[in-house]
Design a binder for this molecule. Structure first.
Ligand code: AVI
Length: 318
């Protein structure tokens, strides 16, 4: 009898975590935030009074959805990259459907639970919409979307582009571009530079939801990589980096401590005050938006904004 021994399966997040935590300074990819609990916490963040980006972008869509859809011109498919719960997208989809053609909506996300919630919600709100969810890490490429028939409107909203490094943002837009056929467009949301008096509370809210979102990544490592982070011994820290025009999120070790990650066979040491850098959220100026679009081989055809110019939405074409 031939018995085949199964290779022990490493968690899909193992490589990312190993390379981030053995680096100096230590980092963890913001992609790791979005397990089921992290996606739930992010949804709560978007409803916080201090977290202005969601409400501001929603107002832009509410005021301009028909205009945006007319500018995109005769799209019959919407592909939303990083759909999450897609709470604002319904305004655009509704405007697309009012244009008359049947619309297919492809929400794409790494989180299957977020996609399930999104599918149920969309079907309730827009029963005639055809929804085709795709569980996919779109940062690794998305060639299959080129084969979708009809004119497509790609959506990358919520300023998720701000969580990429500027070079990565250009490369990512290049990937989107390579999934676009003639006439397709990309709607890109970008959060703009503004006073740190507004920015800091948006990422360090009074209810502590963002702190829990940040620390949840350690809970995830404890569960998925058999780690023993003492979550209470890390603090949520926010820095406004004016020179690089970004909010930084860190987890600061409150004492000297060592942590073991059983599944990686790794022990790591923390100094008191040492941080794990968990996220950058770039805040844009118009020249920055034009620069990343250009690096992606795209150009900005139109821009919509709120009256305070806190947030902008752009229609990009190849
Ligand atoms: C998803 N992304 C655009 C959010 C942001 O504002 O950078 C993630 C977030 N991090 C903390 N609060 C929200």
């Amino acid at each position: 009898m031939h018995v085949r021994l199964q290779e022990p399966k490493l968690s899909p997040i193992a490589d990312d975590v190993m390379s981030g935590l053995t680096r100096n300074p230590k980092t963890l990819s913001p992609k790791l935030f979005y397990d089921a609990r992290g996606s739930e916490l992010f949804d709560q963040i978007t409803e916080l009074q201090e977290y202005y980006p969601t409400a501001t972008e929603r107002k832009i869509f509410r005021d301009n959805a028909a205009d945006i859809v007319a500018q995109a011109a005769a799209c019959t498919a919407a592909v939303e990259l990083g759909a999450g719960s897609a709470s604002k997208t319904v305004l655009l989809l509704d405007a697309l459907m009012k244009a008359g053609e049947p619309i297919t909506y492809y929400p794409v996300d790494v989180s299957a639970s977020a996609l399930d919630a999104c599918g149920v919600r969309m079907q309730q709100l827009l029963p005639k919409l055809q929804v085709v969810p795709k569980v996919l890490d779109f940062t690794q490429g998305m060639p299959q979307f080129r084969r979708i028939a009809g004119r497509k409107l790609f959506l990358f909203i919520g300023s998720s582009i701000g969580n990429f490094e500027p070079l990565e943002a250009g490369l990512f837009l290049k990937q989107v571009r390579s999934s676009m056929n003639q006439g397709d467009a990309l709607l890109l949301g970008t959060d703009m530079r503004k006073s740190p008096d507004v920015l800091i509370p948006a990422y360090d809210d009074s209810e502590g939801v963002t702190a829990e979102f940040n620390k949840n990544v350690l809970v995830r490592l404890n569960r998925e990589l058999n780690a023993d982070f003492d979550v209470d011994q890390f603090a949520h820290r926010i820095v406004w980096n004016d020179e690089l025009s970004r909010i930084e999120m860190h987890l600061e070790s409150l004492r000297r401590q060592s942590v073991s990650l059983g599944a990686l066979d790794l022990d790591i040491e923390f100094r008191k005050g040492e941080t794990i850098h968990t996220e950058n959220s770039y805040k844009f100026t118009m020249p920055m938006v034009h620069a990343i679009a250009e690096n992606g081989g795209l150009s900005v055809e139109r821009t919509w904004s709120d009256t305070k110019e806190w947030f902008t939405v752009h229609l990009l074409r190849a």
